[in-house]
Structures are given as structure tokens and as C-alpha cells.
Design a protein around this ligand. Structure first.
Ligand SMILES: Cc1cc2nc3c(=O)[nH]c(=O)nc-3n(C[C@H](O)[C@H](O)[C@H](O)COP(=O)(O)OP(=O)(O)OC[C@H]3O[C@@H](n4cnc5c(N)ncnc54)[C@H](O)[C@@H]3O)c2cc1C
Length: 463
């Protein structure tokens, strides 16, 4: 009950001040800083979409001190940068954050069959293409404007009291502080009352709290500046390539950015071959990106599922640190922002104007339950779709053929753009089931077999 303590201390400071310093200049009165500084302190580790959106909510609660740790303030997170339309509205993003509005999607099968899947979109609907350095910078600056204290530092470890689940003992965050203009860090530490771990797939917070492991894909992307006439083709167009050549369990993409395209792919089951898959996606895009200059090469893990433990004591994970990326599409930006915001909103409510600290059970009962109820079905459906359609070339051919259906396009876009698992037309669903089986039979019959590869360590060691 820090608020009460603070009030009591303040009252006694005032009484002491009044009796002892009558007639003195008030500015010189030695008011104890600690007495005025009794707010609970929340640390958000990581200033990507998850961390920035969490910090923004905490910062608006004046009864809480919010500190946002980010190791690199101009970080360009390796990422395709595609965001759903609903994120623009829900997170009040300005037009300047969206580089390109994609209204057409070209889906290309292993045999080279192409399906254009933008027709069902309404004129004002689009997939937003962003550069992460712009999007993250915008969200982080907004959190700072709301009052979050930014620390440019790399969190290296966290000292967690053994009794943190039953006491209010503070956590100690150890970090390397980077002063402006210097790349050498200075070791520092800070005591805090609650931690939100938003530090991505290689989360140190997750490690410190023993959150457990998840499977992960390695995703690779090259940013390629292509000639202007070729860029015209990608103005409102994104491409998705499927096939065992570009990935044994994911897809390759060409996404348009401000003045270049992002070309990439990912895999879980054969990570050592990622560069071979990257070459294949470049080859498949062929003429469309010919003459392009690679301006940036980037790679990063993508989590495949939740961590076994997402809350421990007063430490909660959000975004990639928690494992909130959907299978099939590899989408994580929206879920990072949403989970950061949701966790912070629930914790702020629990903290009652900064007067109490929540327990692990409180955070699980609110944030985790709400998040899982809202998005659990989406993760399950997309996991199932990946298992059915990305397993071999036959299934991939069937997937592309199915996407010819306007009904499939409509449902897919509505689910992606608005993040709703659609309540659909039962008759169309039945028809779709029949078409799916038909396409699978046909796809399996005439697809080229997948190339064999042997990587038993990674492909079989699934958690
Ligand atoms: C190649 C690739 C393509 C992708 N394409 C898409 C896409 O098109 N659309 C989509 O929705 N998702 C995509 N994703 C997934 C998406 O990038 C992630 O889901 C998303 O970035 C998660 O956001 P986050 O805030 O949780 O974590 P991150 O974006 O990883 O942010 C973590 C932040 O924490 C900071 N940090 C990390 N460790 C520390 C530390 N110890 N101390 C201080 N700061 C730290 C980092 O600098 C970073 O700013 C892609 C991923 C990859 C790898």
C-alpha cells in the first residue's frame, strides 16, 4: 500500500517542516526526496510495438512511474512490416507510418500457378506496409510524450527475490546504459516493482523469470532497391510464394516498402538451409526484381507458440517474448501491440491508481485470460491451416487453387484485416469443405514431390 505510506510520510514531512522551519525560505527546506518518490515503479523492457504500447498505457496513470528500456533507439527490427487495417484505427496510426497500401496479393504455387486475391477488398480496405524503424519510433515517442521515462540501455539480467510471488520485494534490473554518442555502455541498475517483458524472441526477461522455451522459425529478409519501373508493379501489390524450394514449412514473400521491396522467407524444420531458401525466393521473383540492389540483410527468430509460463510473480511477458505470433501467416506486430496494451490496461486497473501491487494470480486471471479468450481460436485455426496446407507441394497446390474462391478470399481478408474469426455462411462452408477435399486430391495427384532433406535435430526436436 505505497500510496497510503506516501501520504502518511508526506503528512509528517509537512508537520515537521511547519514546526521546524517557520520563517525560513521554503526553497531551502530539506524535504526528503524519498518521501515524495513513493510511487510504484513499472519497468517495460523492450521498445518495440509490444513495449511501446504497454508503456503508453502505464505512462497515462499518474500514480505509477513508468520506465521504458530500449537497447537501440533507432532499431530496425527485421520484419516484413505488414499490418492489418484494424491496427491503423485501433492504435491511431498516422498515414505517415504506412509506406504502402497493399490492395492486391499475388499467391504463387510450386508449379507457378498464380492467383490474384485482392478482388473482394472494398476501396478503402488495404494491408498496411510499414518499415519497422518508422513504426516503432512513432509508437515509442508517443509513450515518451505520455510521460514514460526512456532508458537507452541493454538489460543484461534481473535479480529476482526468491519470495517474489508472495512478497512486495523489488526486482533489480541490471543494464548497460548507453549515453548519447557513445556505443560503450556503463553498468547500472534500477529497482522496480513490476516488469513487463517486451524484449522480443530472444527475451532476457523470459530467461530471468524461467518462462520456458518455445519452438521458433528463423526468418530472413533482404531489402532490395529495384528500378523504378519494376517498383511500379509492387506499388499496391504483395506476393506470397509457396513451394519446397522457398520453404519446407512456411512461405516466401515480396512486400513493397517505401522505396524498395522486402524479399524473405522462413523455416522451423530446416533452419540451416535458410540461405538456400532465400536464394530460391529471389529466383522465383526473377525478372520482377532483376537489377535490384540489396540494401539490407536481416534475420531474426519468430516464435511458433506461447511460452510455457507467461506470468511469474509480478513479471508478465507480451508480444514475441510471450510467443504471440500466428502460424501460417507469421503475423506478430498487431498481437504484440495488442498484448502490450491489454496487459498494461489490466495491470493498471489492478493497481487502483497506483495504490496496490497485483499478484501473479491477479494478472493471470485478467490479462492472460482475456488475451487467450480473444485470440486463442485464431492461433488454433492458423496452426491447423499450416499443418494442412504447408506440408508438401500437393497441399500447397491445393491451397493456391482454393484461394481462387471469392468466398475464401473474403473470409481470409476479413479475418486478417479485422482480426475476427469469422462467423460464416454454413452453406458456403459446406461447399468449401467439399472444394478443399477436391483440391487436396487434385493437388496431391499432380504436384512435384518435395525435395528430401535431413535435419533430424531441428525438425524433430519440437516442444
Ligand atoms: C523476417 C521477419 C518478417 C516478419 N514479418 C512480419 C510481418 O510482415 N507482419 C507481422 O505482423 N509480423 C511479422 N514478423 C513478426 C514481427 O516482427 C514480431 O512479431 C514483432 O516484431 C513482435 O514485436 P515485439 O514488440 O514483441 O518484439 P520486437 O519487435 O522484437 O521488439 C523488441 C524490442 O526490445 C528491444 N530489446 C531486446 N532485448 C533487449 C534488452 N535486453 N534490453 C533492452 N531492449 C531490448 C529490441 O531492440 C526491440 O526494439 C516478422 C518477423 C521476422 C523475423
Amino acid at each position: 500500500m505505497k500510496f497510503t505510506l506516501a501520504l502518511t510520510t508526506l503528512t509528517s514531512v509537512s508537520a515537521f517542516t511547519a514546526s521546524s522551519f517557520v520563517g525560513q525560505n521554503l526553497a531551502s527546506v530539506p524535504v526528503s526526496k524519498s518521501a515524495l518518490d513513493m510511487k510504484y515503479k513499472v519497468a517495460v523492457v523492450g521498445g518495440g510495438p509490444a513495449g511501446a504500447c504497454a508503456a503508453e498505457i502505464f505512462a497515462q496513470e499518474k500514480g505509477i512511474d513508468t520506465v521504458l528500456f530500449e537497447r537501440k533507439l533507432d532499431n530496425a527490427k527485421p520484419c516484413g512490416g505488414a499490418i492489418p487495417l484494424c491496427m491503423v484505427g485501433e492504435f491511431d496510426l498516422p498515414e505517415s507510418v504506412v509506406d504502402r497500401k497493399v490492395r492486391r496479393m499475388n499467391l504463387i504455387s510450386p508449379k507457378g500457378v498464380e492467383v490474384d486475391i485482392g478482388e473482394t477488398l472494398k476501396p478503402d480496405e488495404y494491408i498496411g506496409m510499414t518499415r519497422r524503424e518508422i513504426l516503432d519510433g512513432y509508437l515509442r515517442d508517443r509513450a515518451i510524450d505520455y510521460g514514460a521515462e526512456i532508458v537507452n540501455g541493454l538489460v543484461t539480467s534481473i535479480d529476482i527475490p526468491a519470495d517474489h510471488k508472495v512478497s512486495e520485494n523489488q526486482y533489480t534490473i541490471n543494464y548497460q546504459a548507453y549515453e548519447e554518442g557513445s556505443s560503450a555502455g556503463t553498468p547500472k541498475n534500477m529497482k522496480v516493482d513490476l516488469i513487463v517483458g517486451a524484449d522480443g524472441a530472444n527475451s532476457r526477461v523470459a530467461k530471468a523469470m524461467d518462462a520456458g522455451q518455445y519452438n521458433f522459425a528463423i526468418a530472413f529478409q533482404e531489402r532490395i532497391k529495384i528500378p523504378d519501373d519494376k517498383m511500379k508493379f509492387y506499388e499496391e501489390m504483395a506476393e506470397m510464394y509457396v513451394g519446397d524450394d522457398v520453404s519446407p514449412d512456411f512461405y516466401g514473400w515480396v512486400f513493397p516498402k517505401y522505396d524498395h521491396v522486402g524479399v524473405g522467407t522462413g523455416t522451423v524444420v530446416n533452419r540451416p538451409a535458410i540461405k538456400q531458401y532465400q536464394k530460391a525466393i529471389r529466383d522465383r521473383a526473377g525478372d520482377k526484381i532483376a537489377g535490384g540492389k540489396i540494401i539490407k540483410v536481416e534475420a531474426h527468430p519468430i516464435p511458433e507458440h506461447y511460452r510455457p509460463r507467461r506470468v511469474q510473480g509480478r513479471i508478465a511477458l507480451v508480444g514475441d517474448a510471450a510467443g504471440y505470433v500466428t502460424k501460417c501467416s507469421g503475423e506478430g506486430i498487431y498481437f504484440a501491440a495488442k498484448s502490450g496494451r491489454m496487459a498494461a490496461e489490466e495491470i493498471v486497473k489492478l493497481m487502483k491508481n497506483g495504490s496496490v501491487l497485483p499478484t501473479q494470480a491477479d494478472i493471470e486471471r485478467t490479462y492472460l485470460k482475456k488475451y487467450d479468450n480473444l485470440y486463442g481460436p485464431t492461433y488454433t485455426v492458423l496452426d491447423l491451416l499450416q499443418k494442412v496446407f504447408y506440408v508438401n507441394n500437393g497441399a500447397r497446390e491445393a491451397f493456391v487453387e482454393l484461394c481462387n474462391s471469392k468466398y475464401v478470399q473474403q473470409v481470409t481478408f476479413d479475418s486478417y484485416l479485422y482480426k475476427r474469426v469469422q462467423g460464416n455462411n454454413p452453406l458456403d462452408d459446406l461447399k468449401l469443405l467439399g472444394e478443399t477435399i477436391g483440391c487436396l486430391i487434385k493437388g496431391y495427384a499432380d504436384a512435384k514431390p518435395d525435395a528430401e532433406f535431413s535435419n533430424p535435430v531441428e525438425s524433430q526436436k519440437r516442444i
